[in-house]
Design a protein around this ligand. Structure first.
Ligand code: KG4
Ligand code: ZN
Length: 337
């Protein structure tokens, strides 16, 4: 097969990203412009602010990605892949429109990519020969899912959150503790100085199926701190993080055992969490499973994972029609069944 270079574009939330990846695995460039500073004073992503920032940043980010990949004129790009959903509609439209325009101008295929599927593919960037079936714990600001990946493009959703996503719980608890935005990295850092056994927070639905619930845990943290105003924030952060990791790891292990998975894989922004990564590795060693932890930069939103997922999609389904629209509530099964 001849080498194929795909330009990936990601604008579903608050990162404007572009990357060039060869054959779904070799990252030639990956540029991410984060809007964190723009949204920090609001304590969360403001959709209209995000769309405007994508409009402003996308062209320079794509140029930088092309330059770093040694392609200045676009002549060597073989396809353009973009996130079509799920995400913020205004933000998605910026990336999808740009991708279609470039595909038309360069006369190359356009590939519609599901953001969730792309998170699953982040691991394949580093380990193209991952053995299947694989259980992927996909934990981001918008989603918390346990997925069994049976083949490329073949997924079974084992469970998902019934209320808040894990990342959302991190962000809300961090906001309550005045740790700033985004909350996940702030709690991760502070938890290192705290005692995870200081407060015995509940482990919602730990032994109950594969669905998750984090909204009650967040309320428990708020109630506990209000009743115990002198408690050290580091102890609260460490105990909260311990409860989240305990639930996530327990269910992922159980799922891997039940489906006879060869390995366990982490994906999504929360997969950058130090304790979660450490405990997943320990669990895999104990259970005789392969552990796949994408590099932290590949766990949070980026365009290399979009280009990688686009390469597999193009190989299986061919180009996407140019009238494919952005879909803010796209589910994993729409593209992956
Ligand atoms: O995948 P992502 O970049 O964007 C979405 O698609 O949602 O995930 C962002 C989420 C945020 O909630 C953020 O707080 C969380 O990932 N996150 C973390 C860490 N780094 C990012 N959560 C816990 N620990 C971290 N180190
Ligand atoms: Zn994401």
């Amino acid at each position: 097969m001849t080498d194929m270079r795909i330009l990936g574009i990601e604008t579903s939330c608050d990162e404007t990203a572009a990357a060039v990846v060869m054959n779904g695995t070799r990252v030639l460039s990956s540029v991410v412009s984060t809007q964190i500073d723009l949204h920090a004073r609001f304590g969360g992503v403001v959709p209209e602010v995000a769309s405007r920032a994508h409009v402003e940043m996308l062209t320079p980010v794509i140029s930088q990605a092309m330059l770093e990949a040694g392609m200045v004129d676009g002549g060597k790009v073989d396809a353009v892949a973009a996130t079509v959903g799920p995400g913020l509609i205004g933000s998605l439209l910026v990336g999808v429109s740009a991708a279609k325009a470039l595909a038309l101008v360069w006369d190359v295929p356009f590939v519609a990519v599901n953001h969730l599927e792309a998170h699953l593919y982040a691991a394949f960037l580093e380990e193209p020969d991952l053995e299947l079936p694989l259980v992927v714990l996909l934990v981001s600001g918008g989603h918390t899912m346990l997925v069994c990946m049976e083949g490329h493009g073949r997924y079974r959703l084992l469970g998902q959150t019934v209320d808040d996503a894990a990342g959302e719980a991190f962000d809300k608890v961090a906001r309550f503790l005045d740790l700033g935005y985004p909350g996940g990295p702030a709690i991760d850092r502070l938890a290192m100085e705290g005692d995870p056994r200081a407060v015995d927070f509940p482990r919602p639905m730990k032994n109950d199926g594969y669905n998750f619930s984090f909204s009650g845990l967040k309320t428990s943290v708020v109630n506990y701190v209000r009743k115990n105003p002198d408690v050290a924030a580091a102890d609260v952060a460490a105990s909260f993080q311990d409860a989240v990791c305990d639930v996530l790891i327990t269910k992922a292990r159980r799922a891997a055992k039940e489906v006879g998975a060869k390995g366990l894989c982490l994906g999504g922004g929360v997969a950058a969490n130090s304790q979660l990564r450490e405990q997943l590795l320990d669990a895999c060693v104990a259970d005789g499973l392969q552990a796949f932890l994408p590099a932290r930069a590949m766990c949070t939103d980026n365009a290399a994972m979009i280009a990688a997922a686009g390469w597999y999609r193009l190989a299986s389904d061919g180009p996407s029609p140019l009238d494919t629209g952005a879909n803010p509530s796209l589910s994993l099964s729409v593209l992956g069944s």
